[in-house]
Design a protein around this ligand. Structure first.
Ligand code: FAD
Length: 491
């Protein structure tokens, strides 16, 4: 460390990656002080704005994060969009390390005609943000006036979307789902949801818990999966336990009777979307999506990594199918973007993979002709940008649950601690060049730019109001859904 001065670490992002990294740094390194910057006035990233409102137990991680924030060496700086509101050059002199944990703020697109329509076509990211009260998607106002919905993608996020569309609104009323979403879902006429995937059941990304929840929804039936799409029973019986249970569950389907059920859903396999089509009579009404049928590699159809090819008919034409729906959701993954100004720190963002290039331990890679080079186990050479680290989805790509994000953030924090021990000084600034002031050194610049940073106490106030407003309606919380409303609530 720099004499008796504390080691200052700026963490960019207050989701699970940022908080678990902070927890580890603060517990393992006594002279570390953490400033956690967050774009929104409120913390917790996708734990608050991604995790489904009917999965409150998943949000228990927020209790752990709240405990981390009680440390006198932790400081929350909300409502500051780093890179946009403030350049990284304003931070750099005042910190010994910067740890990027800003997640994935975009979603992957399908790249098919019609996808960019303003109405009836939504990304799961936007829809999830809308029902969770994310200010960015407050005004999405999705079109739920028709009876059929198609979701493309078969991961757990797709199943979250399906479950929210099919759930009885009364079951959602007690949760912290955004009030505007509750109202809109109460009016929704969606009766049938198709969750469509490119490959087969053994290649799908969803997990058993999420499938079971959907199969158990009251008054919702499940359209049985076609026999020829499922692997044979003999094969299922020989699978590892988890996979076997999932396949057996899919084969068994739902106990709810389609005759009495009011809604239904299906898993539609081996279909790739080709284009969205609008009704000629009502140009604002989506009519159907054209899909091409796929075939699994016949030499290896049941491997989780099996690839698909388009199925052709006897006449050489592609086999196609149209699925009718008035609303379409794409749920094929999230995507991280570079923050403006990363390049000024020497970071060459990997736009193809959507990650900050790193060595897997959390050190940000630099050019090979500068910085400190290191040989990786695979023999390749990397150089590190001293003092720059990353964790979570922006490091690994947008996959993995909160538990894997925790492990990953711990690895990065341990790397920072290891590097601090070997460098014995600031990692980011040359000896004598850093101020080690942290937020105190940045504050004035932020004020001059007219920024209104929120503190942890501000969040506690917002949190208390949200809980109180919810309590009056028998709900766990009623979220503010606009940034201005959050700021206005503070005295
Ligand atoms: P995030 O949680 O996205 O946090 C990033 C934070 O950085 C955000 O708060 C963002 O506002 C902030 N930020 C972005 N840009 C800036 C900037 N310029 N300046 C300052 N701050 C910035 N996992 C489970 O275990 N169980 C579940 O049930 C579950 N459900 C999920 C449902 C959905 C719809 C999604 C998308 C994910 C779900 N996950 C679930 C996965 C889990 O949410 C992720 O593993 C985890 O949130 C990733 O953490 P992160 O910190 O990398 O990113």
């Amino acid at each position: 460390a720099s004499g008796n001065r504390p080691i200052r670490v700026a963490i960019v992002g207050s989701g699970p990656a940022g908080f678990y990294a902070a927890a580890r740094l603060l517990s393992k390194q006594e002279d570390v002080k953490v400033d956690m910057f967050e774009k929104l006035p409120v913390p917790f990233g996708l734990a608050r704005y991604g995790v489904a409102p009917d999965h409150p137990e998943v949000k228990n991680c927020e209790d752990k994060f709240t405990e981390v924030a009680t440390s006198p060496r932790f400081n929350f700086v909300g409502n500051i969009d780093l890179g946009n509101d403030l350049p990284f050059s304003a931070l750099k002199p005042h910190y010994d390390a910067i740890l990027f944990a800003y997640g994935a703020s975009k979603d992957k697109e399908l790249g098919i005609p019609g996808e960019q329509a303003l109405r009836s076509v939504y990304s799961a990211r936007a829809f999830v943000g809308w029902y969770n009260g994310l200010p960015e998607h407050r005004d999405l106002n999705p079109d739920l006036a028709g009876e059929d919905a198609v979701i493309v993608g078969q991961g757990n996020v797709a199943l979250d979307v399906a479950r929210i569309l099919l759930s009885d609104v009364d079951a959602l009323r007690k949760t912290d789902i955004a009030s505007h979403a509750l109202e809109a879902l109460a009016q929704s006429r969606i009766k049938r949801v198709r969750v469509v995937g490119r490959r087969g059941p053994l290649q799908a990304a969803f997990t058993i818990k999420e499938v079971r929840e959907l199969l158990q929804l009251p008054s919702v039936s499940f359209e049985p999966i076609r026999k020829d799409v499922m692997p044979p029973d003999d094969f299922i019986n020989g699978l590892p336990r988890a996979q076997k249970r999932l396949m057996q569950l899919l084969a068994k389907g739902s106990a709810n009777d389609p005759q009495t059920a009011t809604k239904s859903w299906s898993l539609d396999f081996l279909l790739s979307p080709e284009c969205l089509n609008w009704s000629p009579m009502h140009p604002y009404h989506l009519s159907h999506t054209k899909f091409s049928r796929n075939e699994l590699d016949p030499s290896d159809p049941y491997s989780p990594s099996s690839k698909v090819t388009p199925k052709t008919l006897g006449n050489g034409k592609r086999a196609e199918v149209n699925l009718t729906s008035s609303v379409f959701f794409r749920s094929v993954g999230y995507k991280s973007l570079p923050l403006p100004g990363l390049e000024d720190l020497g970071i060459d963002f990997d736009s193809r993979r959507g990650v900050i290039p790193n060595d897997g331990f959390g050190r940000v890679n630099g050019p090979l002709d500068g910085g400190e080079t290191q040989k990786l186990p695979d023999g390749s050479l990397v150089s590190h940008l001293p003092g720059l680290y990353c964790a979570g989805w922006v490091k690994r790509g947008p996959t993995g649950v909160i538990a894997s994000t925790m492990t990953d953030a711990f690895t990065t924090a341990d790397t920072v601690i290891q590097d601090l021990a070997s460098h014995k000084g600031s990692l980011l600034n040359a000896p004598g060049h850093g101020t080690s002031l942290g937020w105190d050194g940045v504050k004035e610049t932020a004020q001059q730019r007219g920024l209104r940073a929120t503190s942890w106490e501000d969040w506690q106030q917002i949190d208390a109001i949200e809980r109180k407003n919810g309590e009056q309606k028998g709900r766990s919380r009623e979220k503010f859904t606009r940034v201005q409303e959050m700021l206005d609530a503070l005295d």
